[in-house]
Design a protein around this ligand. Structure first.
Ligand SMILES: CC(C)(COP(=O)(O)OP(=O)(O)OC[C@H]1O[C@@H](n2cnc3c(N)ncnc32)[C@H](O)[C@@H]1OP(=O)(O)O)[C@@H](O)C(=O)NCCC(=O)NCCS
Length: 167
């Protein structure tokens, strides 16, 4: 069955909760998605759907980098999830790739993620690119990807994650 990658609709919301809850084994990430959406932080919410079944989900939220020369339009990738029985079939990778393309098309310069260090580098994320960006998260799991070549070159700044990320 072919999988379609598209933006969420209201009809998907319950299934998006299910995907996140089953993938993470808890409700915290599903709650985070709902809160970010409700409070207007969500920039792009994509689903991987086979007919009417949502099998995967990814969320991008506005997270500008504050620099001395003003804010740089950036998004945070979090969370992403694929139903356990459909993992390791490439759905997660397609969600990331489609998401990055759409964010690039919408004029964002970069994407930040706090995530698995063995997973995100394949999409261009690196901890080195995020080193000059001050955030409550630091270390190897805090990574950045440029959406245009050199977009983060010589960029120093800070990001303020909205409160739902700390709930
Ligand atoms: C992470 C996740 C979204 C990947 O989705 P997916 O559809 O299985 O991903 P793909 O099929 O495109 O890629 C599979 C690859 O992801 C890797 N992967 C999956 N979970 C991983 C993890 N926790 N750490 C590192 N790599 C992981 C697999 O090893 C596999 O690598 P390989 O291709 O080298 O064998 C999915 O495993 C999931 O929902 N996990 C639980 C929720 C989660 O951890 N979300 C990410 C939060 S940062």
């Amino acid at each position: 069955m072919s999988i379609v990658y598209r933006e969420e609709t209201v009809a998907d919301l319950e299934q998006i909760r299910r995907v996140n809850t089953e993938a993470f084994g808890q409700a915290a990430e599903a709650d985070l998605v709902d809160t970010l959406r409700r409070e207007g932080h969500a920039t792009l919410s994509l689903v991987a759907a086979a007919e009417d079944e949502v099998r995967g989900h990814i969320l991008f939220s506005d997270l500008p980098i504050d620099t001395e020369s003003g804010p740089l339009p950036t998004v945070a990738l979090a969370p992403m999830a694929v139903l356990p029985q459909f993992q390791r079939q490439g759905i997660g990778s397609q969600l990331v790739r489609h998401g990055l393309e759409i964010c690039r098309g919408r004029g964002f310069c970069a994407v930040l993620v706090l995530g698995h260090v063995d997973y995100y580098p394949r999409f261009g994320f690196s901890a080195k690119l995020a080193q000059q960006i001050a955030s409550p998260f630091s270390g190897d799991a805090f990574m950045a990807a440029e959406l245009a070549p050199g977009a983060l070159k010589n960029v120093r700044g800070r990001v303020e994650y909205p409160p739902p990320f700390f709930a």
